[in-house]
Design a protein around this ligand. Structure first.
Ligand code: FRU
Length: 459
């Protein structure tokens, strides 16, 4: 087995995966679809692949749901979209390309096979009076007035990324309303992909992924009379490897989140591996009091725990200590650090026994940030598809006096997900030189620090 391939993250069986699409709960199962190229581990000919799970953790691959139809409105791909239930019929709303047009597909056999709607495409760019650059990734929800609302990812020429708002009574005829948000500075991208717009903890949140900055942004604020007034913003994930979010309100009323974790190694290595892309673990979203968006791993993730291998507390002397009994490439770690003298402290994972490679995950007191530092990671991650991929990523995080740093880390071969206080998240990729680089340790720089709790599980 390729030692870089994740074992508990949802990955394509082979070939290429990108965005999560069309999540739904249907007859006791979660269903998740994703962008998929069945023809190889490269980005082309996008299909909707399909997976189902009783518990968000154990996924079964089901037959491909949507494939491009030669000569038709989706001949160049079935791009991202969402799922709604309209008049009891599960309905996919997706983008057919090229040009980018919105389309419907329905199922009458419990989501197994899909029929494209004869009225397709149901919406094209000419419906919008603005000069737009892209027109894709519909996200649809129902409001109290009984109408369907759709956010479309776009960009306005000579302005910036934009999310366009439409409405409809029947999913077939759509009325253009106005932009839900435009980035007039274009600092979050010239175009926005994969919008998600939803209420959480008393406010509304818009999430988009911006090109060509390749980051997932959010704004939280108020939504009245179909106008969104953002108050707070930030990144949904600060790790530099997550893009194209999908949010889904489940039957328990939770705001679930998935995102595409991309590869960050050269194309030839991806082709050689024969698979590309992983789905982030399911997360639940919440708002902090200051309006910033936070995420936690969904509680179901605990079902992955096989065995607890460490449960301890200790003082970490300045320097680095290895934990002999916590080695592994498939681990969950929970670490609580009390603030001490150390200026930089944390955990090392995916390390070589001789110290020649490792990834540091920790906190920098002076910079007030939680970080993933891959500068000593084995095979130095490089850019794929010209996406910016520096080896040091950080999320801003102010800790109150006396507040402990809480790190909750998932290591799954080449995938790392780090959750910290206030729901800050960093997703990262690390490609170790060999399967033996699995050492775990603690480090402290500029003084010692106190670990109040260290727990490690084998997953
Ligand atoms: C984002 C994206 C979407 C598009 C899909 C195509 O990663 O570019 O905007 O629908 O991927 O696979």
């Amino acid at each position: 087995m390729n030692h870089h391939r994740p074992t508990y993250h949802l990955c394509p069986p082979a070939n290429w995966m990108n965005d999560p699409n069309g999540a739904i709960q249907w007859k006791g199962q979660y269903h998740l679809f994703y962008q998929y190229n069945p023809n190889g581990a490269f980005s082309a000919t996008k299909h909707w692949a399909h997976a189902a799970s009783p518990d968000l953790i154990h996924w079964e691959y089901l037959p491909i749901a949507l494939a491009p139809e030669p000569g038709s409105y989706d001949k160049d791909g079935c791009f991202s979209g969402c799922m709604v239930v309209h008049n009891d019929v599960p309905t996919i709303v997706y983008t057919g390309v090229r040009p980018e047009v919105q389309c419907l597909a329905t199922s009458s056999d419990d989501l197994l096979t899909w029929q494209k709607h004869p009225a397709n495409p149901v919406l094209d760019e000419s419906s919008c009076p603005l000069k737009v650059k892209t027109f894709r990734d519909p996200f649809v929800w129902k409001e109290a007035d009984g109408l369907w609302y759709m956010a479309v990812g776009s960009g306005i020429t000579e302005r910036g990324g934009a999310c366009l708002l439409y409405r409809s009574a029947d999913l077939l005829t759509w009325e253009y309303m106005h932009p839900l948000l435009v980035d007039e500075e274009a600092s979050t991208g010239l175009v926005w992909n994969c919008p998600n717009f939803f209420p959480v903890d008393g406010r509304h949140v818009l999430i988009v992924s911006g090109q060509p900055v390749w980051k997932p942004f959010y704004w939280s604020g108020s939504y009245e009379d179909h106008h969104f007034k953002p108050q707070t913003s930030g990144l949904v994930d600060y790790g530099g490897c997550l893009y194209a979010a999908l949010v889904f309100n489940d039957e328990a009323g939770r705001t679930l989140f998935w995102g595409w974790i991309w590869e960050s190694r050269p194309d030839d290595e991806i082709l050689q591996a024969g698979w590309a892309g992983a789905m982030a673990l399911p997360r639940t979203l919440f708002l902090n009091e200051d309006g910033t968006l936070g995420a936690r791993p969904a509680p179901e993730v605990q079902a992955l725990r096989k065995r607890q291998i460490v449960h301890t507390s200790r003082v970490v002397a300045e320097g680095q200590t290895r934990f002999e009994n916590a080695d592994g490439a498939s681990l969950e770690l929970r670490v609580h650090f009390a603030m001490g003298q150390a200026q930089r402290f944390g955990v090392c994972v995916l390390g070589a026994a001789d110290g020649s490679e490792q990834t540091l995950i920790g906190y920098d007191v002076e910079r007030c940030e939680v970080f993933v530092d891959r500068r000593q990671a084995g095979l130095r991650p490089t850019m794929a598809f010209n996406w910016p991929n520096p080896d040091y990523h950080a999320a801003p995080l102010e800790l109150a006096a006396g507040e402990a740093l809480e790190l909750h880390i998932f290591v799954d071969h080449s995938v790392i997900e780090v959750f910290a206080n206030q729901g800050r998240v960093l997703s990262s990729r690390v490609y170790t030189r060999g399967p033996e680089s699995v050492c775990v340790g603690l480090f402290a720089q500029g003084g010692e620090c106190q670990v109040d709790l260290l727990e490690v599980w084998e997953l």
